[in-house]
Write a protein that binds this ligand. Structure first.
Ligand code: CU
Length: 198
């Protein structure tokens, strides 16, 4: 019964995330946004959980990207951040090896796009060859890790966005910069100093 309620709430969320407010059926008290209870137990995100350097492969950054990590932005977050609130910076030319998981029964995905694309309803093709989960429009559910890898061969301001239609426009994206001058990958949460992986 409870599970059905939670799924019904998620369906509502899919249809119109912005209208889901404090009166959402599955919204726990004391949170800013409604969310299924199962999503609200996540530990405080720590940068080192989501970024490391591969000790065996040269110039390879390993990213852990978790969709619906917690209840932030109705679960439409990566690693607990939405609307560009977290920022990866990768040195140009490095290989980026991502493992994507989705904590929610709502389908989500991850696709690297140029920053202005996040405002669109559809994400189109990834900015780098291979830089998305399979079928980013359809999305995936389930906590099994989905790996993908690409070479960040062009400097610029990009984003890791959800490819499910309208999610990114509703904030389901974080910043992803490729830097011609950085010498090590880093991850910044909000206004905190960036965590540099070595
Ligand atoms: Cu999404």
């Amino acid at each position: 019964m409870f599970r059905n309620l939670a799924l019904a709430a998620c369906t509502l969320l899919l249809l119109n995330p912005r209208t889901l407010g404090a009166d959402a059926p599955a919204a726990p008290a004391g949170h800013d946004h409604g969310t299924p209870a199962a999503e609200s137990k996540a530990a405080e995100p720590k940068e080192s959980m989501f970024l490391s350097v591969d000790p065996k492969a040269p110039k390879t950054a390993r990213l852990v990207v978790v969709s619906a990590y917690n209840s932030v932005n109705y679960g439409m977050n990566f690693n607990g951040f939405a609307k560009g609130g977290a920022r990866y910076t990768i040195p140009q030319g490095w290989t980026v090896s991502v493992v994507f998981t989705n904590n929610s029964p709502v389908p989500h995905s991850a696709i690297v796009v140029e920053r202005p694309v996040v405002k669109k309803l559809q994400m189109g093709e990834p900015a780098f060859k291979g830089a998305s989960t399979p079928y980013p429009v359809r999305g995936t559910t389930g906590k099994a890790g989905v790996p993908f890898q690409f070479v960040a061969d062009e400097a610029g301001e990009f984003a890791i966005a959800c490819g499910f239609p309208s999610h990114s426009a509703n904030g389901h994206w974080i910043a992803f910069d490729v830097s011609a001058t950085a010498t090590a990958p880093s991850l910044q949460f909000g206004e905190k100093p960036a965590y540099v992986a070595r």
